[in-house]
Design a protein around this ligand. Structure first.
Ligand SMILES: *Cc1c(COP(=O)(O)O)cnc(C)c1O
Length: 453
């Protein structure tokens, strides 16, 4: 049998709870600190930015957090997402390994991001919030929150990293179709944006800068809150519907993964797939190797420092301990815009320190080559970010071939690339270059890390 196999669950299998890995970790992650006092932040410090229900989830140590029924109702449109066995890819690679992938591109916005966007919009609506500000890199998060805002009648304003704003006009068009406003960052609408433009009026932007702009506006308006599409504990927790469903689907297939692979920008799709499996392992279940794949041009887990840092460039956020390249680091403008963040989710960073996961970095051309091989065998065209996971999974399958091992590999195909065709056209035209980050800039950004308690 060589055909691709699809494992489908019905809507009764949509998880009833999000899984919170905090309950199973052998040691808690270091606390989030107030940048002024260097003392742990309390719920009140975060209240200007987030509704209380999400702050409670951010600090929760409960293993299961109930998914509200209205959120599950919306999830029904695309969840449970399918799990596929990539038999044609296995055959092309002539590997004895079994390759499975969980496909999150079936959501309306085309990625895993609506899993948390819908939840966040729900809790903001419950709290009477009228407007949410946010940032977006490639536009996946902005369009996901725009979709969720449309469902709950909340106004969404998105600061989009300028280099992506110019590269990906169709993502912006999608946000506007959903009724959101999208402007390029750095912008002259905020103090943070103006400060960056004063130094360099052609600044390409970064997620760190766009976050500052969105946070600044939320912090200074009572009816406005802020939403983040990755990094934070509650966001990672919302994404665990992915891994929980995958556990059930692999049970249907009669398999259990030896290796999990995911791409990492801020860490949410990776954690969403991996945390339920890591949790099972921590509770005495089977050990899995967990591989985070990041871009060589923005390698926070493999080249960053595990240190307290700001989440944004303008230094408006609290200090979190994470693998970071420094909050002033501006990665080169490569095509996986969703992976251009200077830091890594504190929970993913903490798991790396605990030895629960490993990380590798790849350049963009080898990732596009993997994505093209995937499209030509499996038919689905991955987002440039997802190509990193495809590359990671292919390399694991080739390792299995070399070692003669029939291991089970599961990766997260976190989104499709239908809005990223310019990147594929550039790849085919030989226009993509493998950019390295600037060593001197990294050293400078790391030297500028805040002194922490
Ligand atoms: C946003 C995004 C990413 C990066 O964010 P994570 O929080 O690391 O998941 C990766 N892939 C896709 C398709 C995205 O939209």
């Amino acid at each position: 049998m060589t055909d691709t196999v699809k494992y489908v669950l019905d809507e009764t299998h949509i998880p009833k709870h999000w899984y919170n890995i905090m309950a199973d970790l052998p040691a808690p992650p270091p606390p989030v600190l107030h940048p002024g006092t260097k003392q742990p932040v309390g719920p009140d410090d975060l209240a200007p930015l987030f509704p209380m229900a999400l702050i409670a989830q951010e600090v929760s140590t409960e293993r299961e957090i109930e998914i509200p029924e209205p959120v599950r109702e919306i999830y029904k449109q695309w969840r449970p997402s399918p799990l596929f066995r990539a038999r044609r890819l296995e055959k092309a690679l002539q590997t004895p390994a079994k390759i499975y992938y969980k496909y999150e591109g079936v959501s309306p916005a085309g990625s895993h991001k609506p899993n948390t966007a819908v939840a966040q919009a729900f809790y903001n609506k419950e709290a009477g919030i009228k407007k949410i500000t946010t940032e977006t890199g490639a536009g996946q998060w902005g369009s996901s929150l725009a979709f969720a805002g449309a469902l709950f009648g909340i106004e969404i304003k998105v600061w989009m990293v300028r280099v992506s704003y110019n590269q990906k006009p169709y993502r912006r068009a999608l946000m506007e179709t959903y009724g959101a406003t999208c402007i390029p960052s750095p912008s002259s609408e905020t103090q943070s944006g103006k400060a960056v433009l004063a130094q360099n009026k052609d600044h390409p932007g970064s997620l760190g800068i766009a976050i500052s702009e969105a946070v600044e506006v939320a912090a200074t308006h009572d009816d406005t809150k802020y939403a983040l599409g990755s990094v934070l504990n509650h966001v990672l927790t919302h994404q665990t519907v992915v891994g929980q469903e995958a556990l059930l689907q692999l049970e249907m297939a009669g398999d259990y993964p030896d290796v999990l692979v995911g791409c990492t920008g801020g860490g949410s799709n990776f954690a969403g797939l991996a945390f339920p499996f890591i949790g099972a392992q921590l509770r005495g279940g089977k050990k899995v190797r967990v591989v985070a794949v990041e871009p060589a041009a923005c390698p926070s887990l493999t080249r960053g420092k595990y240190a307290y840092d700001f989440g944004d460039t303008g230094h408006l956020t609290p200090l979190v301990k994470m693998h970071t390249l420094g909050s002033t680091f501006t990665p080169p403008g490569f095509h996986a815009g969703g992976l251009r963040y200077h830091g890594m989710a504190p929970l993913v960073s903490h798991c790396k320190e605990l030895g629960l996961l490993e990380a590798v970095a790849y350049h963009q051309k080898e990732c596009f080559a993997a994505g093209v091989q995937f499209a030509r065998t499996e038919g689905i065209l991955p987002a440039p970010e997802a190509n990193h996971a495809v590359k990671g999974a292919i390399d694991e399958a080739l390792r299995c071939k070399k070692e003669g091992k029939s291991q089970v590999i599961l990766f997260n195909l976190c989104g499709h690339g239908h809005f990223d065709m310019q990147a594929y056209m550039d790849y085919f035209a030989g226009k993509l270059v493998d950019q390295n980050y600037d060593e001197a800039e990294l050293a400078m950004a790391l030297a500028g890390l805040p002194a922490a308690a």
